[in-house]
Design a protein around this ligand. Structure first.
Ligand code: ZN
Length: 81
């Protein structure tokens, strides 16, 4: 089970921004499950170009990780694959 924040603005709603963990930096980021566009914060979605999530070692954030990172308010939607 994973959680996503919003539809991806980069691929115009084809994908969703899934709460993901950067395993190298040990910080969370938002990763599009369709086009891989990624951002480290909600603010940067509007102000910065995305990076490609597949280029960094990552895994989908668990609920406990989301709580640990204080990203609970970003876990707006539950995603069952
Ligand atoms: Zn996308």
């Amino acid at each position: 089970m994973s959680f996503w924040y919003m539809v991806c603005p980069k691929c115009y709603g084809q994908g969703r921004l899934v709460l993901t963990v950067d395993e190298t930096k040990n910080i969370p980021f938002l990763n599009c499950d369709e086009c891989e566009a990624s951002w480290y914060s909600v603010l940067s979605i509007q102000s910065e170009p995305p990076f490609l999530g597949y280029k960094i070692k990552n895994h989908i954030a668990s609920l406990s990780e989301i709580e640990k990172f204080g990203w609970h308010k970003l876990a707006l939607h539950e995603y069952k694959k």
